[in-house]
Design a protein around this ligand. Structure first.
Ligand code: SAM
Length: 275
């Protein structure tokens, strides 16, 4: 019978069967590759911070791994959570206590090491945290503004040799782009890459997660993440194509000439860059 750490190192998906996670199977393989790499890189023990936990799905390997000694789970559980794709969601029906009860059911879990904080980074300072996390995972509000706020918070909360990872990079990509430009301008040493399906990783300072297995081999398969992101966003290209097809229809020639299309776009806020 393999130990939990061996299961994580083998990216055994059965470790994620207790709680439904809002992630693909490849995302879960990435969570375990990161978990394993962090433990190995830190010499056996590390601390973890997650922003956006919901039912605790993405915490399952961390709560069971004795190498992960402490976990902070930041989640204010608001009634409405905005989303860069326009459709917001309501996650508030899952309380912190429900998450802790679910996590307790994960085989080998030590829920005592989980410190939940029911506030967002908009009302927290890094000094409010009970410890400096080695590794931060960001999966809270999926807008570029919130993701940037969370990333800047984590940058100030972590030590110099650390890493952060983001879920759903294909949704918050404008925020990631801004963050990367800020890091380049700051002169801070970093390396960024994506993992399948949609996990964007940034290592800082001396942190090197790809030197050990399974991360080394798993990172070689990052083409899967590239294709996943393009395919997942293809709905927007399809919609744009349809929009252009309709806009160029002869029936719209006169409204175009009269400037009515411009007026309609103005009323609907078209062309404005949303953050
Ligand atoms: C996509 S779910 C997280 C899924 C979870 N990580 C998993 O893999 O199962 C997003 C979570 O972010 C939380 N959230 C919303 N606004 C937030 C904020 N400002 N800061 C942190 N978390 C937030 C929501 O309450 C929700 O639980």
């Amino acid at each position: 019978m393999p130990t939990i750490q061996e299961q994580i190192d083998q990216q055994d998906l059965s470790l994620f069967k207790t709680i439904e996670s809002q992630s693909s199977e490849d995302d879960r393989r990435s969570f375990m590759a990161l978990n394993s790499a962090f433990r190995q890189w830190k010499g056996g023990k590390f601390t973890f911070l997650e922003i956006g936990s919901f039912k605790g799905g993405s915490l399952q390997s961390y709560v069971a791994d004795p190498g992960c000694t402490k976990i902070i789970s930041i989640d204010p559980r608001p009634k409405f959570v905005p989303d860069a794709r326009e459709k917001g969601g309501d996650y508030s029906h899952v309380t912190t206590q429900i998450m802790l009860d679910l996590l307790a059911k994960v085989p080998g879990a030590d829920v005592k090491k989980v410190i939940p904080i029911e506030k967002g980074t908009e009302s927290l300072k890094p000094a409010d945290l009970p410890f400096k996390p080695d590794f931060c995972f960001i999966d809270g509000e999926h807008t570029d503004t919130a993701m940037l706020r969370d990333a800047r918070f984590c940058l100030n909360a972590m030590g110099p040799d650390s890493a952060m990872a983001f879920h759903d990079g294909d949704i918050i990509y404008l925020g990631l782009d801004t963050l990367i430009h800020e890091l380049e301008a700051s002169g801070r040493e970093f390396r960024a890459y994506n993992l399948p399906s949609s996990v964007f990783v940034i290592e800082f300072g001396k942190c090197r997660l790809s030197q050990t297995e399974p991360m080394r081999s798993w990172r070689d398969q990052n083409y899967k993440g590239y294709l996943y992101a393009l395919v997942r966003n293809d709905v927007f290209r399809t919609t744009a194509r349809e929009y252009w097809r309709i806009a160029e229809h002869p029936a719209f020639k006169l409204p175009h000439k009269l400037g009515l299309v411009k007026v309609a776009k103005k009323i609907m806020g078209g062309g404005k860059k949303k953050k």
